[in-house]
Design a protein around this ligand. Structure first.
Ligand code: PLP
Length: 411
């Protein structure tokens, strides 16, 4: 008989979102009249910006004519899109990033998982806790960890707790690690990292020859002008960081699929024989072998984000979700809850009252107010005693949710 990759068996059976879905379904079955509001999963709700829609329509028409049809494009993405990204998202912020350091893909979820293909099995890996579960689970699948303990922490990974006590800025580890995942603005806590914090991480990585995997999926939500949007705004980051960018949360592309990895040509790591190898060349080799490019239509849609109309429209979208976040944040604060995030991110991270456990509070909120949250413990042991609310919803639902919480939540 063939063999499976046994590492998959280490993954916890009750993964967070299926477990939420199971509990919500059970509740809906016994309470068929309840109007459930889902502030759990972080998926956008607003339609695509008009500039994107028009560009995609035009691209479909091109594809429908022999003279302008496109087959396979470059696996790493069309240069016209990579140039726009380099110019608008990086050079305009003073980052020294060129178009050939940007590789287009169909999503940051895939990129943050796939990147492990080009790194060896013996790296020491650190994640913040709570954390986007993809970073952890892909390391488990790749065999980089032992089994999980009762708190769901995997042996061999280094967890850096982010809690209210440290202002959601985990302490820089005392030991050296080879790879650290940072996500700012953060999912799930909705908090950001200051320029000083990111500078300390870059200095740490330079001293220790570590690599920072920087997930900037929510950079468009930054409202505070002092907060960096890219790790490459920090001097010295070109030798120590990879950045992940996505059109999902800025332009409503969760169902369209377009993202990119930014790997400076100056980033290197060691081979077994002690040679310094270019990470960007390895990633390009991997990407062009295992991936055949994002569709022409999608890339034309992504390009339209950088037109003046596109920019105005995506700023409108982001402002809309941030206003939702403000309504949630202020509503919960008035109830007397301890609330974090939601200013530079579409997530609000809330302490459960009286240290109630996350899943217990999830059930309580669902039964008392018919609102679905995400239990903090699902993102890691340090998330226990917190829950996450997402601002990705209609204004109507958000206002109704806050009304219900004010009226119905007994804290
Ligand atoms: C939503 C999200 C992404 C984007 O994922 P896509 O695959 O590009 O849709 C990346 N990282 C984090 C932390 C996210 O929450």
């Amino acid at each position: 008989m063939a063999h499976i990759n046994d590492n998959f068996l280490k993954l916890k059976a009750g993964y967070l979102f299926p477990e939420i879905a199971r509990r919500v379904q059970a509740f809906a079955q016994t309470n068929p009249d309840a109007q459930i509001i889902r502030l759990g999963i972080g998926d956008v709700t607003e339609p695509l910006p008009q500039a994107v829609v028009q560009a995609m329509h035009a691209a479909v028409d091109e594809m429908g004519k022999r003279e302008s049809f496109h087959g396979y494009g470059p696996e790493q993405g069309y240069l016209w899109l990579r140039e726009k990204i380099a110019e608008h998202d990086f050079q305009a912020r003073g980052c020294e990033i060129e178009a050939d350091e940007i590789i287009i893909s169909d999503g940051s979820k895939c990129d943050t998982g796939n990147i492990l293909d080009i790194f060896g099995p013996d790296n020491t890996i650190a994640v913040t806790d709570p954390v986007y579960p993809v970073y952890v689970d892909t390391n488990v699948m790749a065999g980089h960890t032992g089994p999980a303990n009762d708190d769901g922490e995997f042996e061999g990974l280094i967890y850096l707790p982010a809690t209210a006590e440290n202002d959601f800025t985990p302490e820089i580890p005392k030991q050296r690690v080879d790879i650290v995942y940072l996500c700012y603005p953060n999912n799930p806590t909705g908090t950001v990292a200051s320029r000083e914090t990111l500078t300390r991480w870059v200095e740490y990585a330079r001293v220790n020859n570590s690599i920072i995997f920087f997930d900037a999926a929510y950079e468009a939500y930054i409202t505070n002008p002092d907060i960096p949007h890219s790790i490459f705004e920090i001097p010295g980051a070109r030798e120590v960081a990879i950045e992940f960018r996505s059109f999902s949360k800025i332009a409503g592309f969760t169902g369209v699929r377009c993202a990119c990895v930014v790997i400076p040509k100056t980033l290197r790591a060691k081979s077994n024989s002690g040679e310094d190898i270019s990470i960007s060349r390895l990633w390009m080799r991997r990407h062009t072998t295992k991936f055949n490019g994002v569709s022409y239509i999608t890339q034309r849609g992504a390009e339209a984000v950088y037109t003046p109309d596109g920019q105005a429209q995506v700023h409108g979208l982001v402002a809309f979700y941030l206003e939702n976040a403000r309504i949630i944040r202020e509503g919960l604060t008035e109830i007397g809850l301890e609330v974090y995030g939601g200013v530079n991110a579409p997530y609000v991270w809330v302490k459960t009252p009286g240290n109630v456990r996350s899943w217990d509070f999830f059930d309580q909120m669902l039964s008392q107010t018919h609102i679905v949250s995400t239990p903090g413990s699902g993102f890691g042991a340090a998330g226990e005693g917190y829950f996450r609310l997402s601002a990705f919803n209609t204004r109507e639902n958000v206002e109704e949710a806050v009304r219900r919480l004010r009226k119905g939540l007994r804290v």
